[in-house]
Write a protein that binds this ligand. Structure first.
Ligand code: BGC
Length: 853
């Protein structure tokens, strides 16, 4: 047996223990679940239901229906189950409380907050009679450009696992099933259905699996398989990871659900551990499974086991005695809204505060300019299936106006145009033409070259009707290799009316667009499909030359070019100068920039650079004003190099949900003391991140080998002794803390003893605040190479001015073990360990040596 998981508590026991424990430590509102309503019918009654099902009913049952339901069978007393998207709110029923993105919950480093958010979301789920919420998401953050980092909980498996555990317990305490997704190593969005995440066994066990294991320990009801493959096998049919590890070694007793349309084979999925295909039985249906059962390729017992898992899970949640979760339930709307606000406050990370410019003293200023595209309207979440339409949206502009009060004048200008969504038909619209002699003909001329630089002899010249080209369309001619080539597309465009036009491109890999020989869109780098758009004013009747240059460096090949009349109604330069004028008149500039649901979201990876020339915009504003505070929306790090030295303060707001702007305004004016800490390391250059060199499918073999292995995030930076811009665990406060008196209960331990350490933390500053005590373990000597340090315990402590507290943190055997890929188990090698305590991975304040026998 796996040593890490020595203590096997059955999932059911843990589930109810957890509810009991947390109902003591978390104040629940009156409408919380009453555990006495969980009445179970037991396994005999479940077996009787399975026995009464016809084979056709059985097969139909393991495929979802109507997109977000699991079939009910009234005649068998099996209720219909309703599902909705999380993880940051109820996505599928119109406006709903939008909570901070999961990365912001991770940034709070606050387990009780994760619990409360899970619980509050479940309360809203109950009000809609939803039984299964699709969250939490725990895929590990490898690289900032991954499109869905904001839906996950950062780079550290322990942090993500602990927070997921509490979120699940909060949610399931309401009799709403949670769903941990996307199992496992779905760490990129580009080509997510076809790319295999390949890695060695130790990396898989130490970095990517632990948050899922933690979810199982928390009694999670369901697990969602990712779109991706791992080591060459699709996750929805991964016998080893689903049957052997998840259901076998870990004892997961719930059911495995596929991601929406991520099943690729009926027999392989049925035998590979998938219990429920969503959103429908496109593969696991009667047509495919009846013959497979008849021929013995799939055993009937395998189908029965899936149904048993699903029904047994329903029973744990009491659905056979009462499936209507709305019954006797009143939603405390104020409570859930307040929870969203508290969570937003806790997750903000103050990254820079030169000369303590923040918090702003109200009597020190008269005029504030709130500038930038994200100042108004609200940017609450990233794009894709998690996007929750906020029930009470509040923009940063409004929040600042409200808190500033009547004596401070607040002005606003967006300054830059990012908001107009990409017109859906921008590619197909294609009014580009070329010349055939004097005659204009619809089309685009393409010139192909070997290598990425459009140099040397032309490989091929041809005409395409439009630039909407993918893989085979680009590779159609023998002369064109699958990789390492470049193309120049030339065409002309003449607008019929004078107006702003959106010029757009999408490329995998690099591309740039030139208008009359001037580069207007730049995305010249290795990447998955990435979209960029720019609004440009064009005169009626004038001919413009449009050139798109593109190169293919590996993996899928894709290039699109499009143009369409834009929604923008003022020239960008005037727009920007107007913002600068507004900024210049103010004593303080709050600049709200970043990504938004159109530029960061599911199904694509984003750029490291801020889109829409926002970096230049920050530079332009800060060139004219010396008191600029930047508020950033993003799911992770981005290129700060062009402007970080020009600004005074930087607040990492992530996607903070509907109450996020209130929390930001409170922080700016000192009504809330920031206490968030980075759940991921922020590098200076993306190329410095070791995962960058193992992220793209350069050789186009539909596989990415995680060559950095264990050494990603702070495990890399610390071991290589290189400093990122901001370290994992870093975040500023308006007060100061001292750490003192690190003691452990003894110096020598046996392997099974728990190591308890005590630390005294004191608030030595002038304001009340919270500090995160981070405990890392360093193994002095080990047979296998280990990272310099690994996070193994943490707690967040609230302290009044001058107050001090002594906290105890426990480290069990798992905290000192590593995964041994020879014996295929977690191993604790006896020897000396250093316990490192600090308030950031690069700021260790206390240490203590212990010996484990
Ligand atoms: C996403 C899942 C989501 C599902 C249902 C998929 O595209 O990957 O996270 O739960 O859709 O909306």
């Amino acid at each position: 047996m796996n040593l890490y998981f020595m203590k096997q508590i059955t999932t059911t026991t843990f589930f109810f223990l957890a509810i009991a424990l947390f109902s003591v430590i978390t104040a629940l509102p009156a409408s919380s679940a009453d555990k006495s309503t969980v009445k179970q019918i037991g396994s005999k009654a479940i077996e009787a239901k399975i026995a009464k099902m016809t084979l056709a009913e059985k097969i139909d049952f393991i495929g979802g229906y109507q997109q977000f339901n699991i079939r009910g069978y009234e005649h068998l007393g099996i209720p219909e189950i309703h599902i909705a998207d999380g993880p940051v709110g109820i996505r599928n029923f119109g406006p709903s409380t939008a909570y901070p993105a999961s990365i912001a919950i991770a940034a709070s480093w606050d387990k009780s907050m994760a619990y409360k958010v899970g619980q509050a979301i479940a309360m809203e789920a109950r009000a809609h009679n939803i039984h299964l919420m699709l969250g939490p998401g725990v895929n590990i953050y490898r690289l900032p450009i991954t499109g869905r980092n904001f839906e996950y909980m950062g780079e550290d498996p322990y942090l993500a696992g602990e927070l997921a555990k509490h979120y699940i317990q909060g949610m399931q305490g309401q009799r709403v099933m949670a769903n941990t997704k996307h199992y496992v190593a779905n760490n990129q969005e580009f080509d997510r259905n076809h790319t295999s995440s390949d890695m060695d066994e130790r990396t898989l066990h130490e970095i990517y699996l632990p948050p899922y294991k933690a979810s199982v320990d928390a009694g999670v009801a369901t697990m969602m398989t990712g779109y991706n493959l791992v080591n060459g096998v699709h996750m929805s049919e991964h016998d080893h990871l689903n049957n052997k590890i998840l259901k076998g070694d870990w004892g997961f007793s719930g059911f495995i659900v596929s991601d929406w349309v991520s099943t690729y084979d009926a027999i392989a999925a049925a035998n590979g551990g998938l219990d429920l295909e969503m959103p429908s039985g496109a593969w696991m249906n009667q047509e495919n499974l009846l013959p497979a059962i008849k021929s013995g390729q799939v055993k009937l017992a395998t189908i029965d086991e899936k149904i048993r898992r699903i029904l047994t899970t329903y029973d744990k949640f009491g659905y056979f005695s009462e499936a209507n979760l709305k019954q006797n339930f009143t939603l405390d709307k104020n409570y859930v809204r307040h929870t969203a606000l508290e969570a937003a406050r806790g997750g903000m990370v103050l990254l820079k505060n030169a000369n303590n410019v923040l918090p702003i003293k109200k009597d020190s200023i008269k005029r504030i300019a709130v500038i930038g595209p994200n100042a108004d309207p609200v940017v609450s979440g990233g794009g894709g299936s998690s996007f929750t339409e906020p029930l009470h949206p509040k923009s940063l502009l409004t929040a600042v106006e409200e808190i500033a009060g009547q004596n401070i004048a607040v002005s606003h200008h967006a300054g830059i145009f990012t908001g107009s969504p990409m017109p859906k038909d921008i590619w197909q619209h294609s009014p580009f033409y070329i010349y055939d002699g004097d005659k204009k003909v619809k089309g685009v001329k393409a010139e192909f070259y070997l290598g990425k630089q459009l140099l040397g002899e032309k490989l091929l010249e041809k005409i395409y009707p439009q630039v909407i080209l993918e893989n085979e369309q680009l590779w159609a001619d023998k002369a064109i290799p699958k990789t390492n080539f470049s193309v120049r597309f030339t065409s002309y465009f003449t607008p019929q009316e004078s107006s702003y036009y959106s010029l757009a491109g999408q490329g995998d890999d690099g591309y740039r667009i030139l208008l009359d020989d001037i580069e207007v869109i730049s995305a010249w780098r290795d990447q998955g499909p990435t979209t960029a758009k720019k609004e440009i004013f064009m005169n009626a009747g004038q001919e413009y030359k449009v050139v798109t240059e593109y190169y293919q460096a590996g993996g899928g090949a894709l290039i699109y070019q499009g143009i369409k009349k834009a929604l923008l109604n003022a020239p960008p330069s005037e727009f920007k100068s107007a913002a600068i004028t507004v900024a210049k008149k103010a004593d303080l500039v709050i600049l709200a920039v970043g990504f938004n649901p159109q530029t960061e979201g599911e199904a694509y990876d984003r750029s490291f650079e801020l889109p829409y020339q926002q970096s230049q915009f920050i530079k332009d504003i800060s060139a004219e004003h010396d008191n600029v505070i930047v508020v950033l929306n993003a799911g992770g790090n981005l290129d700060m190099k062009p402007w970080i030295d020009d600004i005074n303060a930087l607040i990492m707001a992530w996607y903070p949900g509907q109450e996020g702007n209130q929390a930001i305004a409170e922080i700016i004016f000192g009504e809330t003391n920031p206490s968030g800490k980075l759940p991921a390391s922020f590098e200076v250059n993306i190329e410095d991140n070791p995962s960058y060199h193992h992220y793209f499918d350069d050789d186009n073999d539909k596989a990415v080998f995680y060559g950095e292995g264990l050494f990603m995030g702070y495990r890399y930076w610390d071991t290589a002794k290189i400093k990122p811009r901001y370290a994992f665990g870093y975040g500023l406060s308006y007060t100061q803390f001292s750490f003192d008196k690190l003691t452990s209960n003894q110096q020598r331990y046996t392997a099974d003893e728990t190591v308890n350490i005590n630390v005294t933390v004191k608030n030595t500053g002038e304001l009340a605040g919270a500090e995160v005590i981070q405990v890392y373990v360093h193994d002095k000597k080990s047979r296998l190479v280990r990272p310099e340090k690994e996070l193994k315990a943490f707690t967040k402590v609230w302290l009044e001015k001058g107050e001090q507290k002594t906290v105890t943190l426990s480290l069990n055997k798992a905290a000192f073990s590593y995964y041994d890929d020879e014996s295929h188990q977690w191993l604790l090698e006896p020897g000396q360990f250093t316990i490192l305590v600090g308030n950031a991975s690069d700021n260790i304040l206390l240490q203590e040596q212990i010996y484990i026998e």
